[in-house]
Design a protein around this ligand. Structure first.
Ligand SMILES: [Fe+2]
Length: 390
């Protein structure tokens, strides 16, 4: 979890009255809301609203998000080329799930229009990787500037609107996790601080700089997603009406270019690139870095049969030394049980290289990933044969 933050006005102790002049119903107080994660077991924030956050005018079904699975009869590697997927929907409705299991969903989203309604994911933490686009995430905790190569981490039950500047068409990779997405425990010292030597530190995590209180007694719709079900709640007032909050549960950004790669004289294994941790999967950042310095080092990864893990790489930027044929916005899926490794010719070609400018996001899952129909539409059926000489 990101470090403790405090923004705006909070009372001296938690759970005591936060007084004001007048206010809602003339009660002379701000209204406390405790926002927790993992029940009451993990990080939480305590928020103070102008009005109670519980006033619902109307609720109605708002459809469902369908995941159109396309079961595969053969186990094989996949190469999905998502760079030409057409823009559709908005930053929420335009998501196209490609690879899914019980723990995680990977979707591409190339929004064609601004987000129409406030959105709240009730059952998944979200990490939105911004491949392209400059914008702002608006939440009750305040606003966050969003820029290319940001991981935008949004804890479940954060109501938000993600806006982009019209001049920068957004292009997003959306990771939804059923469990809590957080900082790997091994990066934290017993005092909860990011260790010296961890690939990022507190200064690299950016929470809301200030709160932007919206004082509006007007009906405001919020679409809530729980699982596949969508429900539209019409609230009696705008939910971004905080005058203060503190705690460790809030949305934040981390830019992939702030990831400090750990390198060695010989090849270092993928866990050194881990960025986030979650039940059932990890998110890693393959960042630009110095390559291995041993005079005989092979600077591309060795072939391996990823045992008990499915490996997804999403290629963001630069040249990818170990792969032929991948392009920006390609995904490769290397499932468990069959080896994969550097493409022919890349081992020797790597020996003279001193650094790589590649940027890629990796998601490794414990359970097998299933492809959707939309994934199959952009799949290269020849990819499993791409290791043959030639
Ligand atoms: Fe691999």
């Amino acid at each position: 979890m990101p470090p403790y933050l405090q923004r705006g006005s909070i009372p001296r102790k938690r759970h005591i009255i936060h007084r004001r002049e007048g206010g809602h119903r003339g009660e002379g107080l701000y209204y406390e809301e405790v926002v927790t994660t993992a029940g009451f077991g993990r990080a939480y924030s305590i928020c103070y609203h102008l009005r109670p956050p519980t006033r619902v005018v109307k609720l109605e079904p708002a459809g469902e998000v369908k995941t159109d699975l396309a079961p595969q009869k053969a186990l094989r590697h996949h190469h999905l080329k998502s760079g030409a997927m057409k823009a559709q929907g908005d930053p929420v409705t335009g998501r196209v799930p490609l690879l899914v299991n019980d723990d995680v969903s990977l979707a591409r989203c190339r929004p064609a229009k601004p987000q129409a309604e406030l959105f709240r994911n009730a059952t998944a933490d979200e990490v939105i990787f911004v491949h392209r686009g400059i914008g702002t995430l608006h939440t009750m905790f305040g606003s966050l500037p969003v820029q290319p190569f940001d991981y935008v981490v949004i804890p479940r039950c954060t109501t938000y609107r993600l806006d982009f500047e019209a001049s920068t068409p957004p292009d997003l990779l959306v990771i939804e996790g059923s469990g809590t997405i957080g900082i790997p425990a091994r990066y934290l010292n017993p005092d909860g601080q990011l260790r010296l030597g961890a690939p990022y530190a507190e200064r690299d995590l950016h929470g809301p700089a200030s709160i932007d209180t919206i004082d509006r007694e007007e009906e405001t719709p919020v679409v809530i997603k729980d699982g596949q079900r969508l429900t539209r709640y019409v609230l009696a007032s705008h939910p971004f009406d905080l005058i203060g909050w503190d705690g460790m549960a809030y949305p934040f950004t981390f830019n992939a270019d702030d990831f400090e790669p750990i390198t060695g004289t010989i090849h270092q294994p993928p866990p050194i690139q881990q960025t986030f941790d979650a039940p059932g999967f990890v998110v890693c950042t393959f960042a630009p870095r110095m390559l291995d310095t041993h005079p005989e080092a092979i600077k591309v990864p060795y072939a391996h049969s990823n045992v008990q893990a499915d490996e997804v790489l999403y290629y963001v930027r630069g040249r990818f030394g170990s792969r032929r044929g991948v392009e920006e916005a390609s995904f490769t899926l290397h499932p468990r049980g069959i080896p994969h490794g550097p493409h022919p010719g890349t081992i020797l070609a790597s020996m003279a290289m001193t650094r790589t400018d590649e940027l890629a996001v990796m998601v490794d899952t414990v359970k097998p990933l299933l492809l959707t129909r939309q994934a199959l539409e952009i799949d290269d059926p020849q990819y499993p044969y791409s290791w043959l000489d030639g």
